[in-house]
Ligand binder design. Structure first.
Ligand code: 26V
Length: 820
C-alpha cells in the first residue's frame, strides 16, 4: 500500500501544519457540509477528529498488513469492559503532531484544548478492570504485538453520576448521541449467536454419537472496529460487537403477518448490548448479563477461527497461532464455547479439542472478594445454553476423574468441582477458567500469592506451574505525556524523551532530587497543575480552593473495602482538633473525592452522602473553612481523572490489606509526583519497594495481621470506647449538626462500624491518623516534599504497562513483537 499513499494528489495525510489546515477545512466542508461561520464547536471537533483519523488509518493499515505478512503468533484479549478515555489527544501524541495541530487550529482562531473537551469518552467499563484493558491495548500497539481486543459495544456505558442534595443520582450515558468518529462498522463481519432450546442425541450408522443443539432463538453480532494507535508506529484493533436481529426472523414474522410481534422481538434481541452492568465487585446473577457474556464470546471465537482458517491453517493448530486472554471470568464461558465449536461444528474429537482449548486460554483473576466471584445457576445455563451445560458437566467429570488419581481428600474434590451443589447448584466460573487455561495469573505480587493460598489453593497444589503473577501497569503516555504536559516537558528537558518508550529512563531524574533549583521548578509545575485542578473544581462544584493547599485525593469506585469512610473519620478528627481543641497549626488541606457507587449498593451510596454532608458542613463553617475543604467531584471518568492526577499532592490508597487486588490509580498518582499514604495492599507493596520505605507513608495492619486479628476475635466497640478522640469522631456521625436534625441518616454506617466493622476501620484508625501527622510535618518542609516527590517519579519505571505486557509476552503468551 505504501506507493499508494505517496502518489501525488491522493488523500492528504501529511503531518505538517499546512497539511493539517488543509485537511481540517476539507473535512468541515466535504464530510460535514459546514462553513466556519455556522460551524459549532462540535463540528470543529469532528473535523479535527476526522483529520486525525485519516492519519491514524494510514498507520493502522500498514500495521495490519505487516501482522498478516509475518503470519506471527498473536493475542486475542477478551474483556467485557474497556475504558479507553478520549482518543483525540492520545492519537495526536502518538502521531507526534500535538504542536503542529495546535498551531494549525490557532490560525483559525481555535484552541486545541477547547476542542479536546468536546470529545465524549466511551465509558464501557466500571473501573480498574476496564481501564487496565485499555492501558494494555496502548502498550500492545506501541510494542507491535500482533493482537486484537474483543468486547461489547454497549449503547449506554457506565451511568452518568450527578449529585443532588448530596446523593448520587444516575442517568443514562448516551455516548453515541453525537456520533462516534473513531469507529467503523464492518457489516460483513457478523456472526450468528444462538440461545435456548434443547439438545438431541443420536447415533449414526457407525454408532457414533451425534449431538445437535436445537436453539429457540438467534441473534446477530456485528463488528465495530476502533483502531488503537501506539506511539510512533504500530496499531491494533479494538473490535466491539453490537447485537442486532437476524434477517431470518423478520422474514418468518412477515409471513405470519405479525408485524408488531416481529418488531417487538427484534427490539428484545437488540437489548443484549444496550447497557453496561454498573456493578463492580458484586454479582447479581442476571440472565441478561450472562447473555452479554456469551454473545461477545461467541462472536469473538467465531472471528478468531475465521482469521485462523483464512490464513489456510488447520484448527488443530489454533493454539500455536493464537492465545486468548480471559480478562477475569466474564468471558470464561469461552472454554465451553470453544469446545462446542471444535466438537459440534468442526467435528473434532474430544481429546484433541480439549488439548487445543486448554492450550489456547489463559486467565487473569482481578479480585478475591467472594461476592465478586462469578457463579451462574445451573438452571439458568440449562435454559439459556443447554449444550454448554452438558459440556461443562463433561469437562467436570473428566476433571474429577483426573484428580481422584492424586491424593486429594473428598472435601478437596468437592471444593474443586466446577459445580457447587451445596445450595442451589451453580457453576464456579473461576474453576472453569482455571481448568480450561494453560496459565492463571493475579495482578500484583501480593494478590497472586493470596490467589494461590486462598481462592485457588487446591488448584495451585495440583498445577503449581500453571500459576504466575503479572503486576499491573499503566500507560505513562496517556497518564503523563498527554495529561500532564508541564511535568512531561520538565522531565524531557532534563533527561530527554526516551522515557516515552522506556519508562525506566525516569531513573535519570533521581540525581536531581537533591538539586534545589530543580526541586523548585518541580514544585512550580505542580502548583500550575493545582491551579488547573482548582479551576476544574470550581467549574464542577462551584467551590473555590486555594491552590496552595495540600491537595489530598481519593478517587476510585466507592466501596467499603476501599474505606472512603476512613478518610472521612480522619477529616472529622481534624475538624474536632480545630473546633474542640483549639488547634491552629493544621496545614490548609483540600480533600477531594470522586467515584461512582453501584446503583444498588446501599452502603456505598450512603458513604457518598456522608462525604457531601461533611463537605457541606465544613465548607460553610468560617472557623474551619480556611483550613479544610471537602469536595466530591461528580461523574468521575478517564477524562476527569486526567485533570486530577497531575494536581494531586497526596494519594490515598487506604484499602484494608488483602482486599485491593492491585489498584492502578496508586500508580497514576505516583507517576504524577503525588506521595502515597497507604496500606500494604495490592501494588502499594511494590510501589513502596520501588520508591523506598522512607518515601512512602505506610499505616495499618498487614494481610497476615488482619487474618490474625479476625481469628482472635475483633471487637470494634472496645477500640471505640477506649479511644476518646475516635469516640467523639464516630459519635459525630449521629450529631444534629452534621445530619441537620436527621440523626438517623448515618445510623447504618455508625452501627456497622461499632458492631461488625468488617474492613477494620477502627482497628487502623489510630495508625492512619498518626501517619497523617507525619504527612503534615513533611508537607511543611517543601524542599523535603519535593525531594520525595522526585524520587517517587524516578522509580515508577516498573509500573509502565509496557513492562506488564512484556511480562505477559514472556511468562504467558510466548508472543513476539513484529518489527515496525
Ligand atoms: C466484577 C463483577 C462481578 C460480577 C458482576 C459484574 C462485575 C463487573 C466488574 C467486576 C469487577 C472485577 C474486579 C475488578 O475490577 N478488579 C479490579 O481490577 C483492577 C485491575 O486489575 C485492580 O487494579 C483492582 O484492584 C481490582 O479491584
Amino acid at each position: 500500500t505504501e506507493h499508494y499513499f505517496t502518489k501525488p494528489g491522493v488523500a492528504n495525510i501529511g503531518l505538517t501544519k499546512e497539511d493539517i489546515k488543509t485537511s481540517f477545512l476539507e473535512k468541515l466542508f466535504y464530510s460535514l457540509g459546514r462553513i466556519p461561520v455556522v460551524a459549532t464547536k462540535n463540528d470543529f471537533y469532528t473535523s479535527l477528529a476526522l483529520t486525525v483519523r485519516d492519519r491514524v488509518f494510514r498507520k493502522y493499515v500498514k500495521s495490519l498488513e505487516q501482522y498478516a505478512e509475518e503470519d506471527a503468533r498473536g493475542v486475542a484479549y477478551l474483556s467485557a469492559e474497556y475504558l479507553p478515555g478520549p482518543h483525540l489527544g492520545n492519537n495526536l501524541l502518538n502521531l507526534e503532531i500535538v504542536e503542529e495541530t495546535r498551531e494549525a487550529l490557532a490560525e483559525f482562531n481555535l484552541d486545541l484544548d477547547e476542542l479536546l473537551k468536546e470529545e465524549v469518552e466511551p465509558g464501557l467499563g466500571n473501573g480498574g478492570l476496564g481501564r487496565l484493558a485499555s492501558c494494555y491495548m496502548d502498550s500492545l500497539a506501541t510494542l507491535g504485538i500482533p493482537s486484537i481486543a474483543y468486547g461489547i459495544r454497549y449503547e449506554f456505558g457506565i451511568f452518568k453520576q450527578e449529585i443532588q442534595d448530596g446523593w448520587q443520582v444516575e442517568s443514562t450515558d448516551k455516548w453515541l448521541q453525537k456520533g462516534n468518529t473513531w469507529e467503523i462498522v464492518r457489516p460483513e463481519i457478523s456472526f450468528e449467536v444462538k440461545f435456548g432450546g434443547h439438545t438431541e442425541h443420536s447415533r449414526d450408522g457407525n454408532y457414533k454419537l451425534h449431538i445437535e443443539w436445537i436453539p429457540d432463538s438467534e441473534i446477530k453480532g456485528t463488528a465495530y472496529d476502533t483502531p488503537i494507535l501506539g506511539y510512533q508506529s504500530n496499531s491494533i484493533t479494538l473490535r466491539l460487537w453490537k447485537a442486532e436481529a437476524t434477517e431470518s426472523f423478520d422474514f418468518a414474522a412477515y409471513n405470519l403477518g405479525e408485524y408488531y410481534r416481529a418488531v417487538e422481538k427484534k427490539m428484545r434481541s437488540e437489548n443484549i448490548t444496550k447497557v453496561l452492568y454498573p456493578n463492580d465487585e458484586n454479582l447479581s446473577g442476571k440472565e441478561l448479563r450472562l447473555k452479554q457474556q456469551y454473545f461477545f464470546v461467541c462472536c469473538s471465537l467465531q472471528d478468531i477461527i475465521r482469521l485462523h482458517l483464512l490464513q489456510g491453517r488447520k484448527l488443530e493448530t489454533l493454539h500455536e497461532k493464537f492465545t486468548i486472554q480471559l480478562n477475569d471470568t466474564h468471558p470464561s464461558i469461552a472454554v465451553a464455547e470453544l469446545m462446542r465449536l471444535l466438537l459440534d461444528v468442526h467435528q473434532m474429537g474430544w481429546e484433541e479439542a480439549w488439548k487445543v482449548t486448554k492450550s489456547t486460554f489463559a486467565y487473569t483473576n482481578h479480585t478475591l472478594l467472594p461476592e465478586a466471584l462469578e457463579k451462574w445457576p445451573v438452571n439458568l445455563l440449562r435454559n439459556l445454553l443447554p449444550r454448554h451445560l452438558e459440556l461443562i458437566y463433561e469437562i467436570n467429570s473428566r476433571f474429577i476423574t483426573e484428580i481422584r488419581e492424586h491424593d486429594f481428600t473428598g472435601e478437596q474434590i468437592s471444593r474443586m468441582s466446577l459445580i457447587d451443589d451445596r445450595g442451589e447448584p451453580t457453576i464456579r466460573m473461576a474453576h472453569l477458567a482455571t481448568v480450561g487455561s494453560y496459565k492463571v495469573n493475579g495482578v500484583s505480587a501480593l494478590h497472586s500469592g493470596l490467589l494461590k493460598e486462598e481462592v485457588l489453593k487446591d488448584f495451585a497444589q495440583l498445577w503449581p506451574e500453571k500459576f504466575t503473577n503479572v503486576t499491573n501497569g499503566i500507560t505513562h503516555r496517556r497518564f503523563l505525556a498527554v495529561s500532564n504536559p508541564r511535568l512531561a516537558g520538565l522531565i524531557s528537558e532534563k533527561i530527554g524523551k526516551e522515557w516515552l518508550t522506556n519508562l525506566d529512563k525516569l531513573k535519570g531524574l533521581e540525581s536531581f532530587a537533591n538539586d534545589e533549583y530543580f526541586r523548585r521548578k518541580w514544585m512550580e509545575v505542580k502548583l500550575e497543575n493545582k491551579k488547573n485542578l482548582a479551576a476544574q473544581i470550581k467549574e464542577l462544584t462551584g467551590i473555590e480552593i486555594n491552590p496552595e493547599m495540600l491537595i489530598d485525593v481519593q478517587v476510585k469506585r466507592i466501596h467499603e473495602y476501599k474505606r472512603q469512610h476512613l478518610k472521612v473519620l480522619h477529616i472529622l478528627s481534624l475538624y474536632m482538633q480545630i473546633k474542640k481543641d483549639g488547634q491552629k497549626d493544621i496545614p490548609p488541606t483540600a480533600f477531594i473525592f470522586a467515584g461512582k457507587a453501584a446503583p444498588g449498593y446501599f452502603m456505598a451510596k450512603r458513604i457518598i452522602k456522608l462525604i457531601t454532608a461533611v463537605g457541606d458542613f465544613i465548607n460553610n463553617d468560617p472557623e474551619v473553612n480556611e483550613t479544610l475543604k471537602v469536595i466530591f467531584l461528580p461523574n468521575f471518568s478517564v477524562k476527569l481523572a486526567q485533570h486530577v492526577y497531575p494536581g494531586a499532592d497526596l494519594s490515598e490508597q487506604i484499602s484494608m490489606a488483602g482486599k485491593e487486588a492491585s489498584g492502578t490509580g496508586n500508580m497514576k498518582f505516583a507517576l504524577n509526583g503525588a506521595l502515597t499514604v497507604g496500606t500494604l495492599d495490592g501494588a502499594n507493596v511494590e510501589i513502596r519497594e520501588e520508591v523506598g520505605e522512607e518515601n512512602f507513608f505506610l499505616f495499618g495492619l498487614t494481610t497476615e495481621e488482619v487474618a490474625e486479628r479476625k481469628k482472635a476475635g475483633y471487637h470494634p466497640y472496645k477500640i471505640y470506647s477506649e479511644n476518646e478522640k475516635l469516640k467523639r469522631v464516630v459519635d459525630f456521625l449521629l450529631s444534629e449538626e452534621l445530619t441537620k436534625g436527621n440523626t438517623e441518616l448515618f445510623r447504618s454506617i455508625y452501627d456497622n462500624l461499632l458492631n461488625q466493622d468488617p474492613y477494620l476501620l477502627l482497628q487502623d484508625y489510630q495508625s492512619y491518623v498518626d501517619q497523617m501527622e507525619n504527612v503534615y510535618e513533611i508537607w511543611q518542609d517543601s524542599q523535603k516534599w519535593a525531594q520525595m516527590s522526585i524520587i517517587n517519579v524516578a522509580n515508577m519505571g516498573k509500573f509502565s504497562s509496557d513492562r506488564s505486557i512484556k511480562d505477559y509476552c514472556e511468562k504467558i503468551w510466548k508472543v513476539k513483537a513484529v518489527k515496525a
